[in-house]
Design a protein around this ligand. Structure first.
Ligand code: HEC
Length: 204
């Protein structure tokens, strides 16, 4: 009898622990339907961004090779990000673990923290393809939902982000002219290249 009660108490205690742990593991207490809808919208927008950029890049690489694609890529990424930002009323950007364009690609403190966490998650076997993180942040200007989607390095990225042996001479020359402080080289397939980052202002 006593043993049964003890067992039940232990089970309840263990269940209680599990619940507490799960609550703490959840991103925040803002797990409302509104936040979930916003996360879904952010996820869809990052997908759209990467799909459009990937499509443009592929077309240009096939049509004119990496030197031509480079210039298109330089214009296309900020243009797509800008269009999505205006369309949605959010800040939509692309950030890097190391950057080529410091004005557009430099992660802020929150983004740096998330990029580090992405690398840790990958070291435990998670794939960058499906890796996202979100959080509601409270800043002097108000609350916003921040969302990031990881971007891994694929073989086709090496023509412009690989080591000097993988980047053709004319591409290297063009990169050096356009980005004299380029740090976005020396990547390997499977590295974390960066993320699409979205910031949605939340109404009070
Ligand atoms: C044809 C050359 C080229 C290829 C191929 C290429 N990139 Fe880039 N990438 C660039 C250029 C140029 C920039 C700088 C754009 C700018 O000025 O904003 C850049 C910037 C970036 C950035 C923004 C951060 C930064 O460094 O400024 C990310 C993220 C990125 N590339 C990811 C990728 C990924 C992932 C692939 C492969 C799927 C890839 N790139 C393939 C040329 C290329």
């Amino acid at each position: 009898m006593n043993t049964i009660i003890l067992r039940q108490t232990l089970t309840t205690a263990l269940l209680g622990l599990t619940t507490v742990t799960m609550l703490h593991a959840a991103p925040a207490s803002d797990e409302t339907a509104d936040i979930q809808a916003r996360v879904a919208a952010a996820r869809q927008t990052t997908g759209e961004f990467l799909h459009q950029l990937g499509g443009t890049m592929k077309k240009e690489m096939q049509a004119g090779g990496p030197v031509a694609a480079l210039t298109v890529c330089q214009d296309a990424a900020p243009r797509i990000a800008n269009r999505l930002s205006l369309e949605k009323g959010w800040k939509v950007t692309r950030v890097g673990t190391r950057v080529r364009n410091p004005m557009l690609g430099t992660p802020d403190a929150w983004e740096q923290k998330v990029l580090k966490a992405f690398e840790e998650r990958a070291s435990k076997g998670e794939k960058y393809r499906d890796m996202v993180y979100y959080e509601v942040v409270d800043e002097p200007a108000g609350k916003s939902l921040r969302f990031m989607k990881a971007i891994g390095v694929a073989p086709q990225c090496l023509a412009c982000h690989g080591n000097s042996g993988q980047i053709a001479g004319p591409v290297r020359a063009r990169l050096e002219a356009l980005y004299p402080h380029d740090r976005a080289v020396g990547y390997k397939v499977g590295d974390l290249r960066g993320a699409v980052s979205i910031k949605q202002p939340l109404e009070d």
